[in-house]
Design a protein around this ligand. Structure first.
Ligand SMILES: Cc1cc2nc3c(=O)[nH]c(=O)nc-3n(C[C@H](O)[C@H](O)[C@H](O)COP(=O)(O)OP(=O)(O)OC[C@H]3O[C@@H](n4cnc5c(N)ncnc54)[C@H](O)[C@@H]3O)c2cc1C
Length: 385
């Protein structure tokens, strides 16, 4: 296995790192405090090609591979998790279902403005009664000739309140369970769509998380992605991409927390010497570094396998689960190394601690990831009886 990054992957890493260091990180505390994304920064991200790294150039993207995309998300999250999430929603959760299952017309219509940052996008699977058990969703899609009529509500939609286009998953018949689920692209400027409450959250505060209400909303069948009954499969395939992105966000945040702690430990003196001279602190830093490296490797490997066309259900789940837990642990230890200052806004560690915790919950909780990993392992090593 070649661990060297290609020139293109290095280029994207450098561009994203520079942008995160110069444009995102210095203002990440302000974005968090104001609970607002910076639309100018989003436009700049798009101009740099960071909103559709793996979307082909024909559809307005940068046309690179999945590993390049994953690295770009990691670097952006090292600057600001909420803005990294915009790039992940646009470049993966919204783009991938269209690229893999959409029609040529759908790709041409929806992808270029989203990669250009002119239109905001979202992905809406979860509902109040349907979280981990995503197949039990209840947003109703009634057949009405050339259209579906949508009625019901969706919950927890990242960017739901500011999105122009949203991929929603609905059911034509709940009795049919997964076989009744359909994926549709909706436009939010049409009658019958409204935004309900916005969640007040612990972290990722600049990223809005919203309830969506559909009241006799008409969506043309031309906006249906794949066939009826394929929707659940499309949702799950998309999450295989998304989970690698969550691993990347966790790695980026953990990297920043480790950097802050490593620098601080060499500046702070107690008992007449730098904190970094205490072996107890060195052991913490060493564990953080080793775990971060392992988390980065499982995340990159999952992305690389996807580029090779290999099955990544288990790898994506491992990347998401492991990197998010390591991310939380590293943020926790970084806060400890900073002592009282770790608990204040001054050094950003408390924000990272709040942000990275989400990665254990969204795009399938880590319990769900464990179910997926165990299921795949038991299939691979099934004992003949
Ligand atoms: C900030 C934020 C942004 C989000 N963005 C989006 C988005 O853009 N689009 C979208 O569709 N969704 C989004 N979500 C929803 C997210 O994916 C769900 O919250 C998540 O899948 C968990 O669902 P739930 O909250 O209903 O928890 P539940 O499913 O109710 O789970 C509660 C607890 O029970 C555990 N549990 C459930 N089933 C099992 C089981 N079989 N075995 C063991 N334990 C189990 C869970 O792991 C969890 O610990 C977002 C959520 C948040 C918080």
């Amino acid at each position: 296995m070649d661990f060297n990054l290609s020139e293109e992957q290095q280029y994207v890493r450098d561009v994203a790192r520079k942008f995160a260091d110069e444009r995102l990180y210095p203002r990440a505390g302000e974005f968090d405090h104001n609970a607002e994304l910076d639309r100018e920064a989003i436009k700049e991200m798009a101009e740099l090609g960071l909103m559709g790294v793996k979307v082909p150039e024909d559809y307005g993207g940068t046309g690179l591979d999945n590993l390049a995309y994953t690295i770009s998300i990691e670097e952006l999250a090292r600057g600001c998790a909420s803005h990294a999430l915009v790039a992940a929603v646009h470049g993966s959760l919204f783009a991938m279902p269209l690229l893999e299952f959409g029609t040529e017309e759908q790709k041409q219509k929806f992808l270029p403005p989203v990669c250009a940052g002119e239109k905001m996008a979202a992905y809406s699977l979860s509902e109040a009664g349907s979280g981990s058990d995503a197949a039990s969703l209840s947003l109703q899609a009634d057949d009405d000739g050339d259209n579906y009529i949508l009625n019901g509500t969706k919950l927890w939609v990242t960017q739901g309140s500011i999105a122009d286009y949203i991929i929603v998953f609905a059911t034509v018949d709940r009795e049919k369970k997964t076989k009744g689920i359909v994926a549709l692209v909706i436009e939010t400027d049409q009658p019958g769509f409204s935004v309900g409450k916005n969640e007040v959250k612990m972290g990722y505060k600049a990223s809005p998380t919203s309830e969506l209400i559909f009241d006799d909303y008409k969506v043309p069948k031309a906006h249906q992605i794949g066939e009826v009954g394929r929707g659940f499969n499309i949702a799950m395939e998309t999450l295989n991409h998304g989970r690698i992105s969550v691993g990347a966000q966790s790695v980026g945040m953990a990297q920043r927390a480790l950097e802050i702690a490593t620098v601080y430990s060499q500046q702070r003196t107690q008992f007449g010497q730098e904190l970094a001279k205490f072996q107890g602190i060195q052991f913490k830093l060493a564990d953080m570094q080793a775990k971060l490296h392992a988390a980065r490797m499982v995340t990159y490997e999952a992305a690389w396998k996807k580029d090779q066309g290999m099955k990544v259900i288990k790898d994506a789940a491992i990347a998401k689960m492991y990197a998010s837990e390591v991310g939380t642990e590293i943020a926790h230890q970084a806060m400890q190394i900073l002592g009282g200052y770790g608990y204040t806004h001054e050094y950003n560690v408390e924000r990272i601690y709040r942000d990275v915790r989400l990665c254990e919950i969204f795009e399938g909780t880590n319990e769900v990831q464990r179910i997926v990993i165990a299921r795949e392992l038991l299939k691979e090593m099934a004992v003949e009886k």
